[in-house]
Design a protein around this ligand. Sequence first.
Ligand code: HEC
Length: 125
Amino acid sequence: MPPRLAHLHFGSRLVALLLAGAGPGLLAESGHSVEIVLPADTVMFAPSSLKGFSAAQANCVVCHSTEYIRSQPPLSLAAWTAEVKKMKKVFGAPIADDQVEPIAHYLAETYGPARAPASGTPAPK
Ligand code: HEC
């Protein structure tokens, strides 16, 4: 397929996704400019002197915001370890083997059972 066609194909898919996400309101508005305000997103973990903080910051916000991580129930070290391994094995996160433990340790300390009670309602899982 010539590159130009590939580009057009991607473009129309993107438009379709945007329309699907915005719902009928945007469709009705077609032809006018529409302003979409997205909710604030967080790409920072809670700062910590633990070694895994910078590793998590470097490895865990490549694909999604920290909201995915912070909205989990207070998981144990074992559960966080399994979560980090899942990101690596299942989703292909480029995390070095020797970073798995420090990251899980940081997450368990910061977002585990010992953390202060979360102010928001945990995401249903
Ligand atoms: C290669 C991309 C990628 C990286 C890097 C990545 N994740 Fe994920 N993560 C995903 C995907 C894909 C999902 C599933 C999203 C969905 O279900 O909609 C996910 C979901 C999650 C969830 C929600 C619970 C679950 O199991 O689905 C948590 C928690 C999470 N990631 C933590 C982490 C942590 C911690 C790191 C860093 C060690 C990390 N992620 C790095 C791709 C990634």
